[in-house]
Design a protein around this ligand. Structure first.
Ligand SMILES: Nc1ncnc2c1ncn2[C@@H]1O[C@H](COP(=O)(O)OP(=O)(O)OP(=O)(O)O)[C@@H](O)[C@H]1O
Ligand code: SF4
Ligand SMILES: [Mg+2]
Length: 338
């Protein structure tokens, strides 16, 4: 059930990766050249809260930091700065049993089930191992528990002695979902969970996610590079560009009346049903290197409305209407002129 209570708060979270120098660069450095390791600011001061029961779609082009943010939410890596709170508690500060419980409550479903499912394990082990190890079921109960989960995700329980390669892509996606559900999570980070699937299978898996949300009272952070995928299932949509959040609002508002010029370009390029398979290349101009992001507004080299202020000043993410945020100087200027 969708509520106003935040279940997850992402509070000014940043993640920086320092790239290792290769052998040539290390040698050049030893010889006196000024070669420094480069820092990627993969996530840059993101603030976002997810309400219990909602589906928050997180979109943006490749490399904008979606997976990095998702991994931090799932506790797979700590933020460089800022705090991620689950039910009001800083996840990185939890220890012992509390840390283990939080790790189970937030699960991640990945893009490519073939590489995230162990090819040497049978389905009953893939799905049943974690709940047994964590004491959610006994060894005696495990078979029945796995059968219930397989039924729930639309798989025939008689297939539980098979290996991942004996299933289709859509069925493997269902196995990945059953594995995530097996530890009774409250929150699921779906990272490009349907990206590898054909369009008709994508729709079936999206429907499954929505049914499971209702049945199990789940909350989703639904990550996709494709606005067309998140548009039908999200309550709200967050748009990222080169590590920063640039727009946030109710899904319908963001799609019907995108405010940020980057979101406007994404919306203009949502592939139609016929062209769904075309490469997602929404906006003119290259995505700038995250190693050397543009000054001011990161979007300025590609923005049709860019002006002098955009080159020098980072636009703050501001409320432009109730529940609606955007980071573009044009909003200040429109307000000042009104
Ligand atoms: N472990 C890492 N070490 C160094 N750099 C990394 C690491 N993980 C991610 N990055 C860099 O951080 C930036 C954000 O990457 P991320 O995978 O979060 O983007 P994304 O939005 O998920 O992209 P995609 O749509 O391609 O999955 C990229 O420049 C990436 O190269
Ligand atoms: S701040 Fe400037 S460059 Fe950035 S999106 Fe707005 S108009 Fe375009
Ligand atoms: Mg990713």
């Amino acid at each position: 059930m969708l509520t106003d209570t935040p279940i997850l708060e992402i509070d000014a979270v940043s993640k920086r990766f320092v790239t290792e120098l290769d052998i040539a660069e290390r040698t050049a450095r030893l010889l006196g050249s000024k070669v420094e390791p480069l820092t990627v600011h993969a996530v840059d001061g993101v603030r976002l809260s997810v309400r219990k029961g909602e589906v928050l779609g997180l979109v943006g082009e490749s490399g904008c930091g979606k997976s990095t943010l998702g991994r931090m939410v799932a506790g797979l890596m700590p933020p460089s700065e800022g705090q991620i709170r689950f039910r009001g508690r800083d996840v990185a500060a939890l220890r012992g049993a509390e840390a283990r419980e939080a790790a189970l409550k937030i699960q991640m479903v990945f893009q490519d089930p073939m590489s995230s499912l162990n090819p040497r394990l049978r389905v009953d082990e893939i799905v049943g191992e974690a709940p047994r190890v964590h004491g959610i079921v006994s060894r005696r109960e495990q078979d029945g528990y796995v059968d219930d989960l397989l039924n729930r995700v639309g798989l025939d329980p008689t297939t539980r002695k098979r290996y991942p390669h004996q299933f289709s892509g859509g069925q493997r996606a269902r196995i990945g979902i059953a594995r995530a559900l097996a530890v009774k999570p409250d929150f699921i980070v779906c990272d490009e969970s349907v990206a590898a699937l054909d369009v008709s299978i994508q729709a079936q898996i999206l429907n499954l996610f929505m049914r499971l949300r209702e049945e199990l009272d789940l909350t989703y952070l639904f990550i996709s590079h494709d606005l067309g995928v998140v548009e039908h299932i999200s309550d709200r949509i967050a748009v990222m560009y080169l590590g920063r959040l640039v727009e946030l609002g109710a899904a319908e508002d963001v799609l019907r009346r995108p405010n940020h010029p980057y979101t406007q370009a994404l919306v203009a390029e949502i592939p139609t049903f016929e062209t769904k398979k075309k490469a997602f290349n929404p906006i003119k101009g290259e995505i700038p290197s995250p190693l050397k992001p543009p000054t001011g507004c990161h979007f300025h080299p590609r923005c049709p409305h860019a002006h002098q202020r955009c080159i020098v000043e980072r636009p703050a993410l501001k409320e432009i209407a109730p529940g609606r945020l955007s980071a573009c100087h044009l909003n200040d200027e429109a307000r000042a002129a009104a």
